[in-house]
Design a protein around this ligand. Sequence first.
Ligand SMILES: *[C@@H]1O[C@H](CO)[C@@H](O)[C@H](O)[C@H]1NC(C)=O
Ligand SMILES: *[C@@H]1O[C@H](CO)[C@@H](O)[C@H](O)[C@H]1NC(C)=O
Ligand SMILES: *[C@@H]1O[C@H](CO)[C@@H](O)[C@H](O)[C@H]1NC(C)=O
Length: 242
Amino acid sequence: MRFYSPLLFCLAAVMSSTAVFSYSHMWTKLVLTHHWPITFCSMEHCHPNISYWTLHGLWPDQGINCNKSWHFNSSQIKDLLPDMEKSWPDLLNPSSAEFWKYEWQKHGTCAAKADSLNSQHKYFSKALELYHKLDLSSVLRKFDIIPSEKYYTFSQIEGVIEQFYGIKPKIQCVHPSKNAEAQILGQIEICFDADFNLLDCEKRLTMDAISEGGWDHDADINRASGFMVCDHDMPVFYPPLP
Ligand SMILES: *[C@@H]1O[C@H](CO)[C@@H](O)[C@H](O)[C@H]1NC(C)=O
Ligand SMILES: *[C@@H]1O[C@H](CO)[C@@H](O)[C@H](O)[C@H]1NC(C)=O
Ligand SMILES: *[C@@H]1O[C@H](CO)[C@@H](O)[C@H](O)[C@H]1NC(C)=O
């Protein structure tokens, strides 16, 4: 829960008052967000048929909706579509491009401020490249973190990721009803710097924390949809396919 401490709420208030200013700044960090389809579908009422971590998005730490006139155009990523459908599926509506359009408009147009990501093809292909390089599903499996009816401790899961990649991830869970005995693993974020080197997601409370104002909005949305930073002391349920 440390992410939502009162101190951070104060910071968030300061941050939002400077948001207009900070949004014009270049981002310095990218968050590659994976979600677990089975958990996502338990919240959103879809029918999961895949049991690997899929892409949710590639989010720069500064800005949302940076260029509303730069419309998503799937013919510019035609060659990527087979991989997009497999690795970045719209779990709610598998045959639609709505999810990619949403992610492009909200985050891609901001990521595109960097030359390395200044086209739809560069943005989506880089996200796919990072996703495949990380290969999170295989890494977890290799270290015996497998979807299962038995629970894990939070530090078992975090420990595997930290040791393998050498950085701190941000891991989010769904907290079900009161008195539940476990939280449900839902989302794993891995962070990169502007040169695509791995980076700790939660850094010291310095300028980094302040500059994260850009995606506080996502924290809000995630909270609204039920994802929160996992509780370090509560058992974790990593649900298998029903
Ligand atoms: C999952 O279901 C969707 C839609 O019903 C289908 O398009 C997709 O190919 C399926 N995926 C797998 C891995 O079976
Ligand atoms: C926004 O996108 C449009 C279409 O790609 C482009 O012509 C324009 O220069 C962009 N504006 C900014 C501020 O980047
Ligand atoms: C989408 O991109 C294709 C290929 O670059 C281009 O030919 C087409 O005009 C674009 N469509 C729109 C609506 O901009």
